[in-house]
Design a binder for this molecule. Structure first.
Ligand code: ZN
Length: 123
């Protein structure tokens, strides 16, 4: 992969990372800066029983969102680390280069299209 493409991908990854962090911080507190761990805050609407029910609902939604966003963040950070180490764009299963077209759409992918397909067929 040429440097220009790599820089473009890195920029995209950093942009996504910032967006995810912003979203996470809107309802969760960062507990571990190193590991990017977040804990959802419990929402406070009031003390009426319908308000309490709303709080629990919102909290459940937050927990699910937190899990998904944290996973995306981990993938993005892993990709950024690989860029720094010069190992970016290599399929973790077959060791071949991942298609640039795929990386431009999903810059945090760690497997090539054919390995991904094989894995999906196994399910
Ligand atoms: Zn592969």
């Amino acid at each position: 992969m040429d440097r220009e493409t790599l820089n473009k991908i890195k920029e995209e990854l950093l942009k996504r990372k910032a967006n995810i962090e912003k979203e996470l911080e809107s309802f969760a507190a960062k507990t571990d800066a190193e590991k990017n761990e977040y804990v959802s805050r419990f929402p406070e609407y009031g003390n009426e029983s319908d308000e309490n029910a709303q709080e629990v609902n919102q909290y459940t939604t937050n927990l699910e969102a937190e899990r998904i966003l944290e996973n995306s963040l981990k993938d993005i950070n892993a990709s950024l680390k690989k860029i720094d180490k010069g190992e970016y764009g290599i399929c973790k299963y077959c060791g071949k280069e991942i298609e640039v077209k795929r990386l431009l759409i999903r810059p945090d992918s760690s497997a090539c299209v054919s390995c991904k397909r094989k894995l999906q067929n196994q399910k």
